[in-house]
Each structure stands twice: as C-alpha cells, then as structure tokens.
Design a protein around this ligand. Structure first.
Ligand SMILES: Nc1ncnc2c1ncn2[C@@H]1O[C@H](COP(=O)(O)OP(=O)(O)OP(=O)(O)O)[C@@H](O)[C@H]1O
Ligand SMILES: [Mg+2]
Length: 305
C-alpha cells in the first residue's frame, strides 16, 4: 500500500491454520452446487485488450457482519487476478475495507469523505494503490459518518458518490462499493452510483430477516433515482456444509430467490478473519485455500452473468 502501514503490523503473524479441502469438496460434489442445483462450469474470463468503462457493483446488506467487506476485498482481488482493473470503494465509516487491505484509516488526511464534501478535492487526491496489482482503493474513515448529516442539505444529495466516481469509470473494468450496515443516505448513494447490487447473506437463522426491507429500498432507488439498478445476485456466505442448519438456511434462501442466488457459495473458515489481521486478500494470503478458490469461482460466475 502506497501511503500507509498495516495498523495491525505490530501483532504477531498469525499461525496459518491447517484447513482441509473437505468444505470445498462437499460444495461441488457430483456437479451440483451446495444447494443441490446443477453447477454450471464457468469458462475462464477472456483477457481484455483495453479497459473500461467500469461496471459498478454495490455490496449491500443492512445486516451487520454478513461478509460484505470480506466479499468486496476478495471478489475484487479475484477479478484483478483475471486481468480486470478493479477499484474498491470503502463506503463505511468503520473503514474495515481499508484496514483489510493494510491501510490504517486514522492516518489518512483525506478520504472519500473529503471528495464528497469538499469541491476542491478530487478522487485522484485520495486514490491508493493496493498490493494487489490492478486493484486500487478509495479509503474511508470515521470522518465519513459526518457526511450523512452534512449531505442532507445538498442539492441532489443521493447522487454525490455517482458524480465523484464518474471521472474514474473509464480507467477501470469493475468498481466494487462496500456499503455500511444501514439503509441510510450513504447506502442510497452507493445504490444510485451502481448498476448492480450483490447481497451477501450469512447462512444462519436470521439471514432473511431484513432482506424484504432491503429489496424495497432497492426498488425505491430504481423508481426514483437509478432505473438501471439490478440485483446481480444473492451470495451465501459462512456456509458450513457439515451442519444441517447451514444447509437448511441455504435451501430457504434458494427457495425465496431462485436463480438470483449465486451457485458459488463461500464456506466458513477462520482464514478470513486471519486475512484482516495481515491486511491482504485471501487470494494472496492463502492462495490455494478453499476460500481463495471460492472467490475466484465467484469472479468467474459474476463475469459470466
Ligand atoms: N466465509 C467466512 N468464514 C468465516 N468468517 C468470515 C467469513 N466471511 C467473513 N468472515 C468474518 O466475519 C466477520 C464479518 O465479516 P465482514 O466484515 O466481511 O462483514 P460485513 O458485512 O462487512 O460487516 P459490517 O456489516 O460490520 O460491515 C469478519 O470478522 C470476517 O473476517
Ligand atoms: Mg463491512
């Protein structure tokens, strides 16, 4: 990372856990996906000879801790491995996306917040390169929490992020926006800037609670602000094929959303919390792990859709 150091770099390097491939093997047994549907074989994405204009995706669920940030980092890194130019936008004042990429948000003088609020700050002033080739970051920190209040009196307050990102779109193939766990003005800005939404759902009992409200919000944004917006897919995360509970929750999610549920499912593994500590994507931290392979597969599925 260009400007910062990993805030957690003083911590001891975590011992890499021993993880069998049991989880992944069970996910794709007999050509079926984890929900028992036929698993399509996705071709490797074709190399690109030129880049842009970017396809903008928002990673959105107002429920906390469902894997939005983890999916933003690792889907982004997997897309970059396939030669896509990727921009990650940290749109959560917690700055977890920035931390997960080794940036200490508290050290930053200027973040996406300044781009939104101050006319003389441009996205180029804030843009950081990550250690993943082809993947850049617009970081955020706690300052962004003030934007929600400050933007209220702004003209076209829902379009501020879309306007800020516009000059960058020709340079990237994919922009991924990591939303905060709320349906407030920041998230509405993300949904207005995006053409697609990915909804991560944790495979546990309350997974579907709140999704109806999220869908209503998406529909309102479609009607009033952004008619191009589409739900790209529902991503099941933290799936544990060994528990009946996880399998039942996944079955209910597929029952409710059908084909909109990605065939690729992200298994539960301690490797993901470990990646936050080291500040890098799983695709480099544990390149051949089941988790890394799952996000590479998701990248192929997203590009094939
Ligand atoms: N597949 C997984 N297996 C195990 N742990 C995971 C997995 N995905 C994410 N986690 C862990 O779960 C926690 C929450 O994940 P993450 O931060 O990605 O969720 P989030 O939806 O962005 O949360 P928030 O709503 O707070 O922004 C983190 O500690 C992360 O490391
Ligand atoms: Mg998050």
């Amino acid at each position: 990372m260009a400007k910062s150091t990993n805030p957690t770099s003083t911590m001891a390097t975590p011992i890499k856990s021993v993880e069998s491939d049991v989880v992944e093997a069970k996910l794709s047994k007999d050509g079926l996906d984890a929900a028992g549907r036929p698993m399509p074989v996705y071709a490797d994405p074709a190399p690109l000879d030129r880049h842009g204009p970017a396809w903008v995706l928002a990673m959105c669920n107002q429920k906390g801790g469902v894997g939005k940030t983890t999916s933003t980092i690792n889907l982004g890194a997997a897309l970059a491995e396939w030669g896509r130019r990727v921009l990650l936008v940290d749109f959560d004042p917690q700055g977890a996306l920035s931390v997960g990429l080794g940036v200490n948000p508290h050290d930053l003088d200027r973040t996406i917040y300044n781009v939104l609020i101050e006319r003389d700050v441009s996205v180029d002033d804030v843009l950081l390169k990550t250690n993943t080739p082809g993947m850049d970051l617009l970081p955020s920190n706690i300052d962004l929490s003030a934007a929600e209040v400050q933007l209220v009196n702004e003209v076209a307050r829902e379009q501020v992020l879309a306007r800020a990102l516009e000059p960058l779109l020709p340079d990237y193939d994919v922009v991924l926006i990591d939303c905060q766990p709320s349906l407030g003005l920041l998230t509405v800005n993300a949904l207005t800037a995006a053409s697609s939404v990915i909804i991560p759902l944790e495979c546990e009992f309350f997974a579907l609670r709140g999704v109806a409200l999220l869908m209503q919000t998406i529909e309102k944004v479609q009607e009033r602000l952004n008619p191009r917006l589409e739900v790209e897919g529902i991503l099941a995360t933290m799936f544990d094929p060994r528990t009946l509970h996880s399998r039942e929750v996944l079955a209910r999610v597929v029952e409710a959303f059908g084909d909109r549920v990605f065939h690729t499912v992200i298994g539960r593994t301690v490797r993901f919390p470990e990646t936050t500590v080291v500040g890098e994507p799983i695709t480099t931290y544990a390149s051949s792990s089941a988790g890394a392979r799952a996000y590479r597969e998701l990248a192929k599925e997203v590009l094939a859709r």
